[in-house]
Design a protein. Sequence first.
Length: 417
Amino acid sequence: MKHARIEAMKNHLGSPSRPTVLVLLSLAMSVIAPPELAQAQSLRIEPVVKAGGEYDDNATLNIRTDSEVKLKGFLADLRADVTYSSATTSLFLQPRATLRTYSGESSFDSNDFYLRSRFSHKGKSSTIGFRASFDDQTVRTGERAISNLEIDNPDEITNDDSGRVLLSGGRKKWNLAPFWDYRLSKISSVRTDLDYVDAQYENTFAGVLFDYTDVRIRANYRRALSNLQTAIVSVSARNYSSGESPGDVKGYGVMVGFERILSEKMRLNAMIGMEDTQQTAVSFNPEVVGNVTLTRDLETIRMFAQYRRSVSGSGAGTLAVRDALNINFRRRLNEKITAGLGVRAYRSRGTGDSLAFDDRNYVQLQSSFLWYLSTSLVVEANYRYTVNDRSAAIGERANSNQVNLWFTYQPRTIPKL
């Protein structure tokens, strides 16, 4: 079995796809770009090189203690943050590569590639833009929800992991989300969004993870009730398609809510509504969906806390109702030290007559400590405790302790939260 896993991983890593080559080329060009280009107008290029070690006492979240895989090894993380801004246009591009090498468990070695991008352009009465991403990574890391303290916008937290991390193999995922915002007047506006997700799995066991696409279109109407509060009405439609489903799952939803400015640095957003899904020969009941998000951004503190209930798609082959709690908190203790806390917790259950095999409770707690030795050299320690409880499906739960120590070199970046 171990040799089979090694061969499957070699097949996954052996021939990089065109998107993977695109990430590598973008990363190389960003890092070696001449300084005069980075200084031109409002273009900024920030290369970041990280090297460190990792220890995980149950890397595959196995429910059997006698089958737990303990990994320890070396990691390298290379990325470049490219930003451009002007009076009307902003652009962010981040190519990234993460290389993992483990001692005694070479079948878990991997080269993972990522590409992130955001763009917006303001016109006289409208704004257009998009958010795009590409991931080419192993199933072990791609199907586990990770607390990431570098995320500032809770809307960028995805709900598409399945929690099935026992397998070798890889996952390639595209996410494209264009938008158009039009101001009707000084107090009202409309916005349309398209969220397209396409995921493909390679070298995984048959019948466990399934390729899928999930497409959602949303239209919002916003109207200012005062200088501090805005009312929001949202309608949506979606189509989820998977190799496991007997037919596409179609959904329609409506939500109402508000956004309120509590202070100059604090904002509250609350939405509630219903989503109705339909599929041939399968019955579903309408589900209550919504979210409550509190954000705070001070000079020494950044945080957001969000509760979100949604109907989510994943490689499990079916839609699921997910109640999720997401918390990011970072605080600068002094000029050289920053600490952080992250929480990703959710309860997931299948919709309608879906099998309980996808039901689970998942929790990941993260603590982070950063020490800025200088403006360009940072030491970072992370600890993550993860619990994946599938007691409703198989009567068992798994947990793991993961520790990472990073040494980061970022020559063009100043200390930040």
